[in-house]
Design a protein around this ligand. Structure first.
Ligand code: AP5
Ligand code: MG
Length: 190
């Protein structure tokens, strides 16, 4: 039973690869972006707050995001026995520190991080394509550029944080979805 963080920029394939990982390894999956989009679609109180950040490509404040994550974990009793793949969390150093606390009191820990690494021009092409095909509200060029800027300033420092902890596994995440998945399987099985 492992708790894995799937880490990477917007459009790096966190959601795509998570689906394949949970199918093969029977892990539970939490995508904080999906949790927020579900609230936004249902126009809950949290959804209205979340939309004001997501639509501008900004991060939801750490305190609020941590509370949401704790609630999501506690609502899924299967996580304790099957393990978890966390997609889109943590996204800041304070979130990573809080995650350690939150896991510790639940007898859990971060086992390792899978870092999906993709050149920026390819990220933009993937997100623009999805914007045209599926219409995700934050997949327009202006918001994509903001999301990438926020990623560089606030999220990318986590790469060094997890390298120092000896937990970061870099995956070259270009090529076909299956080729990338094979690289991830090599890391997980090792
Ligand atoms: P979130 O939903 O996490 O979005 P993101 O990080 O911007 O990432 P995406 O979901 O766009 O990309 P992905 O890496 O999952 O790639 P995907 O597999 O979809 O967050 C959204 C917002 O919520 C944030 O901006 C923030 O406001 C808020 N938020 C979320 N978490 C938060 C947190 N912890 N703290 C604060 N705020 C938070 O792939 C992308 C596209 O590429 C798809 O169309 C896919 O089909 C395609 N694709 C995938 N792999 C390949 C490939 N190998 N070749 C070609 N195309 C591919
Ligand atoms: Mg995603």
């Amino acid at each position: 039973m492992s708790n894995i963080i799937i880490f990477g920029a917007p459009g790096s394939g966190k959601g795509t690869q998570s689906e394949l990982i949970i199918e093969k390894y029977n892990l539970r999956h939490i995508s904080t972006g999906e949790v927020l989009r579900d609230h936004i679609a249902r126009k809950t109180e949290l959804g209205i707050v979340a939309d004001s950040y997501c639509s501008r490509g900004q991060l939801i404040p750490d305190d609020l995001m941590i509370e949401i994550l704790a609630h999501t974990i506690d609502n899924d009793p299967l996580i304790a026995t099957r393990g978890l793949i966390l997609d889109g969390f943590p996204r800041t150093i304070p979130q990573a520190r809080e995650l350690n606390q939150l896991f510790a009191v639940r007898g859990m820990k971060v086992d390792y991080v899978i870092g999906l690494e993709v050149p920026e021009d390819e990220l933009i092409q993937r997100l623009l394509k999805r914007g045209q095909e599926s219409g995700r509200a934050d997949d327009n060029l202006e918001t994509i550029n903001k999301r990438l800027e926020v990623y560089h300033n606030q999220t990318l420092p986590l790469r060094d944080y997890y390298i120092k902890e000896g937990k970061y596994n870099a995956i070259q995440a270009t090529g076909s979805v299956n080729e990338i998945f094979d690289r991830i399987v090599d890391v997980i099985d090792a």
